[in-house]
Design a protein around this ligand. Sequence first.
Ligand code: ZN
Ligand code: ZN
Length: 266
Amino acid sequence: MNVIHANSPCQRVRPLLDSYVSNELLVETTNDVLRHIGDCPECRGALHEIEATRHAVRRAVSTIQPPPELRGRILRSLAGNQPVVMPKRSAAPRWLAVAAAVAAVVLSIGIIRNLTLHRSASPSLLHIGWLDHKECVMAGHIPTTPPARETAVTKLAAYSELLPEIERQMPGYVMRQAHRCTIFGRQYTHVVMEKNGVMVSVSLVRKNPGEAMTPGLHSATIEGTAVYGFETGDHLAFVMANQDKDTVHGLAAKLSPSIRQITETL
Ligand SMILES: [Zn+2]
Ligand SMILES: [Zn+2]
């Protein structure tokens, strides 16, 4: 049983989890939540439950195909701010009309969300990657002299194949760091490449239960960092830099097939 003590950090964090998953918190609050979640398995469990529920609802809603004319009506009513008018079918039983009205509301919400949100991973998952870039690269922990190659390969251990592959895919960049780092209780495999003073993080972390991204590249800009993330096997992978989104997107798209190939066997 979960006991939340009065005035405990858990009691402060729990009510924030919903807003956190919806990416509605200020960045500082998000960091507080993530810091706590890194140390607290109970709150981590609560967060995973929320994320899993949302995922299941999204999946259920996405399998319902609205009839095209309903979609059109909803879009028109959104544009003109008119109420959605359901077709009159006098012969239909009353429960059917009620069911149709409920379905229309659910579909409207789905369509509005699709229109306004454009498909993305749960923002908290992209935050997980971003934290590594922030706490390791942006916090200034990159040594002035890059580690020796053998040191880097040793530190990457099972992930050592990543380094030559990243270097091959990123001509013109030099390796500035390649290590495993622990941020808020999670271990990242982290390769940092640099060109003209811009640091690009390639970061991998093993998924926690309940963490899942839909297929494809997901993106967000968090505090000026372009973050691209995708799921591969048991891992979440991220490519991040404080640079224009197009450049980072290009790198992520180029790197993702080989990262997938390497991590699938891990
Ligand atoms: Zn807690
Ligand atoms: Zn690092």
